[in-house]
Design a protein around this ligand. Structure first.
Ligand code: UDP
Length: 486
């Protein structure tokens, strides 16, 4: 009997078009390419232009013959900042709706494929875009949901409908904020109201339900997916992963993805590892590396609030003053559209600029992984975005957390209270507190934070190395996808 070889599995990857989603999903795409899977990566036209302009992404994937990009319009006007706008939730919802109406027919075309060999084996879709799951269901293509936030945040999102029913959410932004949340299994001994996602605060019940639908409704809708991918590792979030597994089909924790990709590229002699390979949607300013080169070991605080956070002028001034008063060196990412509002206090600003010249360096966007890995960086003042948290863990840099929204409130509580690899400065923005907490991070609590961070950083690296949990989970996931194509 003639032996028929099974077709090469073909994965369609569709991220929510935000920096914190595109980066890990491109890393996943490359991991699939290394396993000889065919991959189609669906970008928005806008993001694709930015990636092409600011990075070597096209060259990075040119060595994989089974890889291709496709693009779809995101439905926002060309001059929309797509980050840092004050009404993030408004335009995010608008963008997801526009993507749903622009993207469905293209999705259908790609899923079915013009030729039999192009037919898609499975759709790996961002857990935020369940409309894509509907199209895949119609085309009889299995869906794997990629959930970008931490497992602890995903689990919190799972719990929120129950918290609303129990009357615990929404709650008022007052003295009750430090009480423990009652209906949060696995977290009720340390999770306070103030650690819940910011949309749980000060809303009337109907606005809260509306936001809950945007942030957590998707996770409920994703429960029908074939499986879940999480960018985390068992040694970090094992107990929470077990809770999630009891509600979902299969859960593959395969992170930290950026480190996992580097490890597997290192194992592959055919691919040259490029140090400058980023997925940045902003132009990277590398001058910060030469500035860091001149600083003593672990002497610099790296400050970045990610791609979406916005600061008022007042908040900017408080951080600035705290940093200058701490007398530490600091490297601060001032992204375009980071700051909103006006402040007349130009004199104070000039005074601060003086202090900044001696110790500070500001840039628009940095190669963050490289910065965190630099020997001169000793601490990270962060908004607790999940990618930034994982990158800090892998680099072994303790954090001072100032969470802004969504998953960040939960992440910062786990960082400070559960993993003990950083300090939590949520809900306050005062120059004296900033100064004191930076000194705690860089001096007074430095040794204890570094001890826990070294341990967790080691576990992260072990998990993505051959035989580690994330390494094995990724192999199982790839096997599962291969079985789907048979
Ligand atoms: N980032 C970067 N350069 C910067 C600031 C951020 O490359 O100057 C990257 C960072 O490495 C991370 C991503 O932007 O991978 C931010 O994702 P995260 O989940 O931390 O936060 P978000 O932007 O989604 O709030």
């Amino acid at each position: 009997m003639e032996h028929q070889s099974s077709p090469t599995p073909h994965v369609l990857i569709f991220p929510l078009p935000l920096q914190g989603h595109v980066t890990p999903m491109l890393n996943l795409a490359e991991l699939f390419c290394l396993a000889n899977l065919k991959v189609t990566f669906l970008n928005t036209t806008h993001n694709h232009k930015r990636l092409t302009r600011y990075t070597n992404t096209e060259a990075r994937f040119a060595c994989y013959p089974g890889f291709r990009f496709k693009t779809v319009h995101d439905g926002l006007p060309d001059d929309h900042p797509r980050a840092g706008a004050s009404n993030v939730k408004g335009w995010l919802k608008e963008m997801i709706q526009a993507l749903a109406s622009n993207g469905k027919s293209l999705l259908r075309e790609i899923l079915v494929g013009e030729k039999e060999t192009e037919k898609v084996t499975c759709l790996v879709t961002d857990g935020w875009m369940s409309f894509a799951n509907e199209v895949a269901n119609e085309a009889d293509v299995p869906v794997i949901a990629f959930r970008c936030p931490s497992a602890c945040c995903n689990w919190t999102y799972f719990c929120i409908p129950k918290l609303i029913d129990a009357g615990e959410v929404p709650f008022k932004d007052d003295e009750e904020m430090d009480q423990l949340v009652k209906n949060a299994p696995g977290m009720d001994s340390f999770l306070r109201y103030r650690d819940l996602p910011s949309f749980c605060r000060n809303q009337d019940i109907s606005s809260c339900r509306d936001l809950q639908d945007l942030f957590t409704g998707e996770i409920q809708r994703n429960q029908q997916a074939h499986s879940f991918i999480l960018n985390t590792f068992v040694d970090l979030e094992g107990p929470i992963l077990s809770l999630i597994s009891s509600h979902c089909s299969k859960v593959y924790s395969i992170g930290p993805l950026h480190a996992h990709l580097k490890y597997r590229l290192g194992q592959n002699d055919d691919i040259t590892l490029s140090n400058n390979s980023t997925s940045s949607l902003w132009e990277v300013d590398r001058s910060c590396i030469s500035w860091l080169d001149l600083k003593p070991d672990k002497s610099v605080v790296y400050v970045s609030f990610g791609s979406l956070t916005i600061l008022t002028k007042d908040q900017l001034m408080e951080f600035w003053a705290g940093l200058v008063q701490s007398k530490k060196y600091f490297l601060w990412v001032i992204r375009p559209n980071l700051i909103i509002g006006n402040d007349q206090d130009t004199q104070a600003q000039d005074g601060l600029l003086e202090g900044t010249k001696e110790r500070g360096y500001m840039v628009g966007w940095v190669p963050q992984e490289e910065v965190l890995a630099h020997r001169a960086v000793g601490g990270f003042l962060t908004h607790s975005g999940w990618n930034s948290t994982l990158e800090s863990i892998v680099a072994g840099v303790p954090m001072l957390c100032w969470p802004y929204f969504a998953d960040q409130q939960v992440n910062s509580r786990f960082v400070s209270e559960v993993w003990r690899i950083g300090l939590d400065m949520k809900d306050t923005c005062d120059r004296t507190i900033v100064e004191n907490m930076i000194n705690d991070l860089m001096e007074r609590k430095k040794d204890e934070l570094e001890r826990s961070m070294d341990r967790i950083s080691h576990l992260a690296k072990r998990s993505i190395s051959e035989g580690g949990s994330s390494y094995s989970n990724l192999n199982h996931l790839i096997e599962e996808i291969k079985l789907m194509s048979k």
